[in-house]
Write a protein of this length. Structure first.
Length: 330
């Protein structure tokens, strides 16, 4: 989880250096970043099912290898093509295998209080990575090379793989059938929406058609999953999850949070480097208050919430985020 979050920070704060070293364009690097998100989104549900079929531990290892291959390609790349193929596509598929398998393995390897602690440690790893990522990436890019940062990711993954024997597989006891139609609709739905936004950003044509394909495919996926569930056939995703009000609200607010924070963490480094001409270290230092305050507030909120309702804290967070984003630059 630490590597996944740092990877994004490192890519964002080193955009100017990558553009200069590979003699490419900002839009080209942005396209690679967007493509990685596209691949991860399009295959995340399929990656989860693959883990059910071949084993969560095996899917976790394959995901790690895919992500390591993407990071290694960044270390050795001499052009944008290698980044698109290996970092964006192969690394994106690796992430789609890695994330669902990691959650299942935590659930299967720990119980009770130990399970809660494990989930908390994974969350802490992500928070720490978000806090130190811009600073670490800025320092490495400015004083060493952006390639060193991605090489360190490979080293961390190698350490994890060398101790993989400590992880026990989490057996899957559900139906083992494959929902091929659901898989195709999920790729078309999530891929179409993300690709439409990417083409829109690049000023391309057929944006409305791509977004429409994505929306129609997602609507078709909802209908198909409900139909398969009524027929008691294996589904790519259990639609009964969405009958829970807490689940719907939880994933909705998480989606909005990721859009707001993820967009900010992409737009800010580009603005600082391309418009204000900051180097990677200056950009990292400028973003550090955002990352460090997120980490500090996460720790403080966990200890000081008391009897306050989580929904009230979430609403306050969104209000502050909106106010901070809407404030005009000085």
């Amino acid at each position: 989880m630490f590597v996944l979050v740092v990877d994004t920070s490192l890519m964002n704060v080193s955009i100017a250096a990558v553009v200069r070293d590979l003699d490419t364009t900002v839009s080209g690097v942005q396209s690679a970043i967007a493509l990685e998100a596209l691949v991860s989104a399009a295959f995340i549900l399929i990656g989860s099912k693959v883990g059910d079929l071949i084993g969560r531990k095996r899917a976790y290892v394959l995901g790690l290898l895919g992500y390591a291959l993407g990071a290694l390609a960044m270390t050795l790349a001499q052009g944008l093509t290698a980044i698109i193929i290996f970092w964006a596509v192969v690394g994106g598929i690796g992430a789609s295998l890695l994330l669902p398998a990691m959650q299942s393995l935590i659930h299967g390897n720990f119980e009770g209080a130990a399970q809660k602690k494990a989930y908390a440690l994974v969350g802490a790893a992500a928070a720490i990575a978000a806090a130190v990522g811009p600073l670490l990436g800025g320092f490495i890019t400015t004083y060493l090379s952006w390639r060193i940062g991605f090489l360190l990711e490979v080293v961390i993954i190698a350490i994890v793989l060398s101790n993989i024997r400590l992880v026990h597989d989490a057996p899957y006891t559900g139906p083992r059938g494959v929902d091929v139609v659901g898989a195709v609709l999920s790729v078309l739905g999530m891929g179409g929406v993300v690709l439409g936004i990417l083409v829109w950003q690049e000023g391309g044509e057929a944006v409305a058609a791509l977004l429409a394909i994505g929306a129609i495919a997602l609507a078709g996926l909802v209908f198909w999953l409900a139909r398969r569930k009524r027929q008691e056939k294996p589904t790519l995703l259990d639609p009964q999850l969405f009958e829970s009000k807490h689940f719907r609200l939880g994933i909705s607010q998480q989606l909005l949070q990721q859009i707001a924070l993820g967009g900010t963490m992409i737009a800010l480094p580009i603005y600082l480097q391309m418009v204000l001409e900051y180097n990677a270290m200056q950009a990292g230092l400028s973003i550090a208050p955002l990352s460090l305050s997120m980490f500090g507030m996460a720790v403080l909120a966990g200890r000081r919430t008391g009897t306050r309702r989580p929904s009230s804290i979430i609403r306050l967070g969104f209000a502050l985020l909106t106010g901070g984003s809407a404030r005009p630059p000085v």
